[in-house]
Design a protein around this ligand. Structure first.
Ligand SMILES: NC(=O)c1ccc[n+]([C@@H]2O[C@H](COP(=O)([O-])OP(=O)(O)OC[C@H]3O[C@@H](n4cnc5c(N)ncnc54)[C@H](OP(=O)(O)O)[C@@H]3O)[C@@H](O)[C@H]2O)c1
Length: 360
């Protein structure tokens, strides 16, 4: 069993560790982690590891953490009813050779991991979906699914909330870290609504990429925020950069209708520009809360059906420009992690990692 471990109090320190393969007991199954995507979203899981308990999904030795990833695994052993050896499932995985799970509520649409240490954590991360019955699955888009599916779910919920709150019409929506995949997916969905004006805020180096996407009406770099027209607008923040946030709030002040804090791609600048902000205080967007709300109103299947319907056109469009960088083995995982952590990945690229199969 191999694990990729990150030092919890210094995210730049990481190592690859070996240990005996886990043994499963009655009621458990053993997933062999096959492949996963790695973007700034995974770095956010590490940055928020303590605060939002992301380290608790896949516990590691003292002081170290296993950064959660989204990807595919194969059921290598099963002592659990309704979970077949050989099934390929999509879900939340550690960057490790294996994940032992305690499958519950297993049926043709998958199972949840009822491991006791996960019980108090948000249920949106507990489900494992077999490819055979998964409405998102297509064998030829596995790479895009690993990279963008969880982000797209969030983007769908952002688009849905803005519409629900009457903010997706008329007044502009400013999206910071406009080159991030989550921002791009949200902008893609919003751009399909009638009368929505989208402004992408990004680093000067990523401005031409953002412009070239053709989904934002305007692209403004972080150093030109004061050129934005002073009029009512909504701010959707994927950057979490204190300096950018303060610049937007100071420039627009009470013209800001709503400030939605979604991400922290600029994780090292989170604390910059502190103190009380002009205009409305940022409201934290937490996808699992919206999942609960819409699941109650539409049913879980109703929500998933709507997201799946919106997913396929996005997946097709993204396939036209996104280049996946394929890496194999734990050294490649470490290299990709450090590249993403340091913001060295070109926005039109994204990492997909495959782990070695000890029983090919
Ligand atoms: N709240 C929720 O429920 C939720 C759910 C899903 C995702 N999110 C968040 O949304 C954010 C976007 O995730 P993603 O996976 O879509 O990102 P991504 O595509 O990997 O983002 C890449 C972009 O982020 C910026 N960036 C990345 N690393 C940086 C660094 N070290 N320093 C400065 N800028 C950096 C750059 O954009 P710019 O130049 O345009 O700034 C870069 O083009 C994450 O923080 C993620 O956690 C939140």
């Amino acid at each position: 069993m191999t694990d990729f471990l990150v030092k919890r109090n210094d995210l730049r320190e990481c190592r690859i560790a070996e240990s005996p393969a886990p043994q499963i007991e009655a009621g458990q199954a053993l997933l062999r982690v096959d492949s996963f995507g790695l973007t700034a979203n995974n770095v956010t899981y590490a940055v928020m590891g303590e605060t939002m308990s992301y380290w608790d999904f896949f516990p590691a030795e003292d002081g170290w953490g296993r950064v959660p990833m989204w990807g595919f695994a194969e059921v290598e052993q099963s002592e659990a009813d309704g979970v077949e050896v050989g099934a390929r499932v999509f879900g939340y995985l550690p960057p490790s050779s294996y994940l032992p799970v305690v499958p519950a509520a297993a049926d043709e649409s998958g199972f949840v991991d009822a491991s006791p240490h996960r019980a108090a954590l948000p249920s949106a991360y507990h489900r494992y979906l077999p490819t055979g019955s998964d409405r998102f699955y297509r064998a030829d888009t596995e790479g895009i699914q690993m990279l963008l599916r969880p982000l797209f779910f969030t983007s769908f919920l952002i688009d849905d909330q803005l519409d629900d709150d009457g903010l997706a019409k008329g007044d502009p929506i400013l999206i910071a870290s406009a080159s991030s995949k989550t921002a791009i997916a949200a902008a893609f969905l919003l751009s399909r609504r009638e009368g929505v004006e989208l402004v992408g805020l990004t680093s000067p180096g990523n401005a031409s990429f953002v412009e070239g996407l053709g989904i934002y009406d305007r692209t403004v770099s972080y150093d030109a925020i004061e050129t934005l027209e002073r009029r009512p607008a909504t701010f959707v923040d994927m950057a979490g950069d204190g300096g950018v946030r303060r610049a937007v709030h100071s420039h627009l002040g009470d013209d800001l209708i709503h400030s939605m804090a979604v991400g922290i791609t600029h994780w090292e600048d989170l604390g910059a520009g502190g103190g009380e902000l002009p205009g409305p205080q940022p409201a934290f967007f937490f996808a699992p809360d919206r999942v609960s709300k819409r699941s109650e109103e539409w049913g879980r299947a109703g929500l998933e059906g709507r997201v799946a319907e919106a997913w396929h056109p996005f997946c097709e469009w993204t396939g036209g420009w996104l280049e996946t960088i394929r890496g194999e083995g734990f050294d490649a995982v470490r290299d990709a992690y450090l590249d993403v952590l340091e913001g060295r990945v070109d926005p039109k690229h994204a990492h997909v990692l495959t782990l070695p199969n000890p029983h090919p």
